[in-house]
Ligand binder design. Structure first.
Ligand SMILES: [Zn+2]
Length: 270
């Protein structure tokens, strides 16, 4: 089945992974900007990273027939450096016209601090000023419930935000309902150690019906599995779900969400 992985960090994956994903049916992917595993020291470090996301990765993906899209930001882990964050936010518009950029992300909270909230709101303002969609990172484990609530409250307090253009990622059983009920899109991240398994994701599709719901691998440099979306497809089939429902979650929903970004020129396989 053709599918789209809406959240995967290909800068930290090998070319062999592109080859495998292509053979498993991946036709498009989107790559949010994230933490490199170390704090970058200057705005030029981010400028180079954004060139990698808008030049190198689309070319690498195209070799395997995969369309590569991206989202730009400075992530929440580096937001404690507010002055560097502001330099990066001021530089991002240099890249917003690049043909594979879908919006601002993954922005959000990590430890739910005041500086993180400040930098989050300045990213939101940037997105509104430039008519960009938004991709949200919600915190891990013990910080997730509180952090998700803080993020949703900040977004709902801003009347300029079109909630239909915001994807809130890494939802779990205790956060998914509030995200969907408030009118946002929700992403489930399939991770081998934390976050969500294919079985739990299938449970959540059964509970919610799959409306405004996406599933991703978030494949990155840590313990993660870039082929996690095919695992989800397999689990849904094992449970006897229709191909139409599976396709909605792994293909039609990402297309519908991404189509709100002006650069999402997608050529489906005929
Ligand atoms: Zn991520």
């Amino acid at each position: 089945m053709d599918y789209i992985d809406p959240h995967i960090h290909m800068v930290s994956r090998t070319t062999d992974d592109y080859a495998t994903l292509s053979r498993m049916g991946c036709v498009a992917m989107s790559e949010p900007a994230f933490w490199a595993g170390y704090d970058r020291g200057s705005v030029d470090g981010f400028r180079d990273y954004f060139r990698q996301l808008t030049e190198t990765e689309p070319a690498r993906a195209a070799q395997f027939g995969i369309q590569h899209f991206t989202w730009l930001c400075i992530n929440a882990k580096e937001a404690e450096n507010v002055s560097l964050s502001r330099e990066v936010i001021a530089m991002i518009p240099e890249f917003l016209d690049r043909p594979n950029v879908l919006g601002i992300g993954e922005i959000g909270l990590n430890k739910n601090t005041k500086n993180e909230a400040t930098v989050f709101l300045e990213h939101v303002d940037l997105a509104v000023q430039h008519d960009q969609s938004i991709l949200i990172h919600t915190p891990h484990l013990e910080d997730k419930f509180q952090g998700t609530k803080m993020i949703l409250d900040m977004l709902c307090d801003d009347q300029r935000i079109d909630r239909g253009r915001v994807l809130v990622d890494h939802v779990e059983e205790h956060t998914i309902s509030e995200v969907l009920d408030r009118g946002f899109w929700a992403g489930m991240t399939l991770y081998p150690v934390t976050k969500c398994t294919p079985e739990r994701a299938a449970d959540m599709v059964e509970r919610t019906g799959g409306e405004r719901l996406l599933v991703n691998s978030a494949g990155d440099w840590g313990p993660s599995k870039p082929t996690a979306v095919p695992d989800f497809i397999f689990e849904m089939r094992r449970r006897g779900h229709s191909e139409a429902l599976i396709r909605k979650v792994v293909y039609e929903n990402p297309v519908a969400f991404f189509s709100q970004s002006k650069h999402f020129q997608f050529a489906p396989r005929s």
